[in-house]
Design a protein around this ligand. Structure first.
Ligand SMILES: Nc1ncnc2c1ncn2[C@@H]1O[C@H](COP(=O)(O)OP(=O)(O)O)[C@@H](O)[C@H]1O
Ligand SMILES: [Mg+2]
Length: 208
């Protein structure tokens, strides 16, 4: 089983949007996916509760209390971890230990970039991460790559030598699909074509 952590200490940076859509993508690819929502707001689990049983299945962690982590690992191909704003300390260390890859969504605002800088610095201090720098990927969230905002974000990130996996545009496609527990991968192709294209480098990186 491989674990993907979506994290950024900033609220509203797009963690849950990324985590739910990533889970939706993997499920659509016939992968066995379990979600673990570390956020007390439980947005990912609320999304999952809205999801029709006719869509590709995604399970949630902790439904059966008796389930051991060994059993969870045997039963699933992927663990997608959604995390809360302000994650730090022991909770962060624990999540980082589990994760094979970490996706950090960043919006190109000065507030988000400053919060993210401190977070990336913290990640770089982490021993397990230090050895595998390649396993952190940045996603420019709600950005058009042709804009000045995108180049400001690129300039800011260039100091870290971390890959910007993709830019996801600001669109109601994410908002509307979430209303009924869908990811963009569950929509008719014509509704999500542009967004599916933007996801391609991200899904390739996750699965490589
Ligand atoms: N690419 C996007 N386009 C439009 N709205 C988005 C996008 N990404 C996130 N949002 C919206 O922004 C809000 C915050 O996103 P969310 O994924 O919940 O962030 P977080 O989990 O980091 O707090 C949500 O209402 C979500 O629907
Ligand atoms: Mg969230």
């Amino acid at each position: 089983m491989r674990a993907i952590l979506v994290a950024n200490p900033k609220g509203g940076s797009g963690k849950t949007t990324l985590a739910t859509n990533l889970a939706g993508y993997l499920a659509k690819e016939n992968q066995r996916v379990v979600m673990w929502d570390l956020d007390q707001q439980k947005s990912s689990l609320n999304w999952l509760a809205l999801r029709s049983s006719e869509l590709p299945a995604i399970t949630r962690l902790g439904l059966e209390r008796s389930e051991t982590s060994q059993r969870v690992m045997e039963k699933n191909d992927w663990l997608v971890l959604d995390s809360p704003a302000g994650i730090q300390g022991k909770n962060l260390s624990h999540a980082l230990k589990l994760a094979h890859k970490i996706i950090v969504p960043v919006q190109p605002s000065v507030f988000d970039m400053v919060a993210t800088r401190d977070f990336i610095d913290r990640l770089m201090e982490e021993k397990t991460i230090n050895k595998h720098k390649a396993f952190i990927g940045i996603v420019g969230m709600r950005v058009d790559p042709r804009t000045r905002a995108a180049s400001t974000l690129e300039q800011f990130l260039s100091q870290y030598n971390l890959p910007i996996l993709t830019y996801l545009r600001d669109t109601m496609v994410y908002v509307n699909s979430a209303f009924n527990g869908k990811s963009i991968f569950d929509l008719p192709f014509y509704q999500a074509e542009r967004d599916l294209m933007q996801w391609q480098p991200l899904t390739a990186w996750v699965r490589e």
